[in-house]
Ligand binder design. Sequence first.
Ligand SMILES: *Cc1c(COP(=O)(O)O)cnc(C)c1O
Length: 370
Amino acid sequence: MLSPRTIPFFNYPALFAKQEQQFLEIINDVLRRGAYIMQKDLAEFETSLAQYLGVKHAIGIADGTMALTIGLKATGIEDGSEVIVPSHTFVASAAAINHAGGIPVLADCGLDHLISPASIERLITPKTRAIMPVQLNGRTTEMDVILDIAQNHGLFVLEDSCQALGSKYKGKFAGTFGKAGAFSFYPAKTLGCFGDGGALVTDDDTIAQRAYLLRDHGRGPDGNIWCYGFNARLDNLQAAILKFKLKEYDKDIIRRRELAARYHESLKNLSELCLPPSPDSDDNHFDIYQNYEIEAESRDELRVFLSERGVSTIMQWGGNTLHQFEMLGLKGITTYTEEMTKRFMLLPMNTSLSDEDIDYICECINMFYK
Ligand SMILES: *Cc1c(COP(=O)(O)O)cnc(C)c1O
């Protein structure tokens, strides 16, 4: 019996404290240079990110939502064209489609909570233009199946890989399969900055050139305005922090996979739970565990039980998936998604957790089901 402890769902101050001195040095350096907008730190981060993923272009953008919006606009969808996106995602995925002039059409998810290919096929109409798979919780969906469907129907693929930097399928990084991929550096993301941040990655020169214009008022290197754009640049200060954190990012991924393996070991025998695949479950997937999302019987009671014992949990998107937000009026196939939302929840998953924290959480869960 472990002694009681308090485990917040996320601990920003602890993450800052771990490397406070280095962070302050970076911030001082940038501020002393007065280097705020589109300076060398941004260019250097973009180069490091492109190298990390093995892509031609990484374009720093204000946040993940704008990266998705700019990605869709740069790839080109006509007004009123349909884009297939899972219902189990952040509202930002659908908002980006809407802002780019498209109509989000909702696909179901499978047992691993990622977009279901069978439901995609059933949703394709003459108006469908693109598929936006969401590499949720740090896991990359079976992209060869998605790319086949896209090719057979003349659609393009744009990945919402906001939760999946470093995640791989068959050795290839999330975000690098389709025409372009979007990333988010929101503080709670696996690579988080101290505010909002995002990036679009692509191997396509034309998409990249459009994205560079769109993120900076449509302004080219010559100062001329080539189109209406946005003010959606990634701040240079955030880029400097991200460049530093990216260098050590693989260590964070290793740690997250250790924590996931530890959860798996202690919880796998509970028939009341459906767990995410374990880190070594198959050779095709390399998951980075942005989140540890489980399905639990008596979910609400379990959450109260854990909370009374100092363990904070949350439900992604406040417990709703996109088809449940009535104001948005979105339609699609959501059979399993609807069932899943009655049971889904997130256990704490971040690099400020100790092994003992995970053991304590698992002990509480085991106690609950006894
Ligand atoms: C975080 C996230 C986004 C948007 O990222 P922001 O940087 O917050 O705009 C989009 N899609 C998914 C699945 C996300 O988790």
